[in-house]
Write a protein that binds this ligand. Structure first.
Ligand code: AMP
Length: 281
């Protein structure tokens, strides 16, 4: 989108919300918003519910989505480098998202917002609409998301929110450099056969790839401090977002069980089987 177009969009948003988009204009005042999703922990063996309506989440360890940890780490590094003044973590979902937000606060986020959307899963387009409404209130200069949530593997929310906001997007970022003076983000992304480098005018949306950084662990004192921090709670209705399911999950099934392996007694037997049974030689 051309710079003039974004300015017009910003002016429209300012007129609508009564807020000035300071984050988008001044590096030292810039706010970074990070979307963090609560998902089944990456180390848990996934079980499908008996009625095949989804994945079992009761009595299962839940954690912050690993790509969201990377997103938060990047935001913290940007603030620590003096390019941003504040990091705000946002999570959309049931009451337990507060735990994920406490982890974000313990890692170093300044503030946290829980959008209480109840127990039903919230699909990427709805999350994107909610994030758009929050962006209009909070006015960050940068919105960072994980490239995908490991529970639904959608890889959609970042692209959708960039489209809704008409902000430039740097997806699958493996390196991010911010120029505070020029208000530009340079994003490197790994593509087939090389590295693509993009230059994005701020405000912008960035989604994080695995190699962007190594997220920090929350220290015990910070975990204790995070327990007493206030987490702002809003509902989708308060943000004027109607949660409409735009797609239906018909069925979730486990992959077919693999057949047991065969132990061969010699290399010759292995080659014979690969040639005559598997037919891959
Ligand atoms: P997805 O498009 O579902 O694969 O998710 C991509 C990214 O969008 C995640 O890594 C999060 O940064 C963000 N996101 C998706 N769903 C939520 C949610 N319910 N709450 C907060 N962030 C979310």
């Amino acid at each position: 989108m051309q710079k003039r177009g974004r300015e017009e969009e910003r002016e429209r948003s300012e007129a609508k919300t009564g807020h000035r988009l300071v984050g988008a204009r001044s590096g030292s005042e810039m706010k970074v918003m990070v979307a963090v999703k609560r998902v089944v922990d990456y180390a848990v063996k996934i079980r499908v519910k008996p009625d095949k309506s989804g994945v079992e989440t009761s009595n299962v360890k839940m954690s912050m989505n690993p790509f969201c940890e990377i997103a938060l780490e990047e935001a913290l590094r940007i603030r620590e480098a003096g390019t941003a003044a504040e990091v705000v973590a946002v999570s959309v979902g049931p009451a337990q998202c507060v735990d994920t937000l406490r982890t974000a606060l313990a890692m170093g986020a300044d503030r946290a917002i829980h959008v209480d959307a109840g127990a039903a899963p919230v699909l990427p387009l709805s999350v994107a609409k909610i994030l758009k409404a929050l962006v209009q209130v909070e006015q960050p200069g940068l919105l960072i998301l994980g490239k995908q949530a490991i529970d639904d593997d959608c890889n959609q929310t970042g692209q959708m929110i960039a489209g809704l906001l008409r902000w430039p997007q740097g997806t699958f970022a493996s390196k991010v450099v911010l120029d505070k003076e020029k208000q530009v983000a340079t994003v490197e992304r790994e593509v087939d056969g090389g590295i693509e480098t993009l230059s994005l005018d701020l405000p912008a949306v960035i989604t994080t790839d695995l190699r962007l950084n190594q997220p920090r662990y929350a220290t015990l004192p910070n975990i204790m401090k995070a327990k007493s921090k206030v987490i702002k709670k809003v509902t989708p209705a308060e943000l004027n977002v109607e949660l409409k399911p735009d797609l239906e999950v018909v069925q979730v099934a486990e992959p077919p069980k693999r057949k047991a392996g065969v132990i061969v007694s010699s290399v010759d037997e292995l080659i014979h089987k690969l040639k005559n049974e598997a037919r891959i030689l």
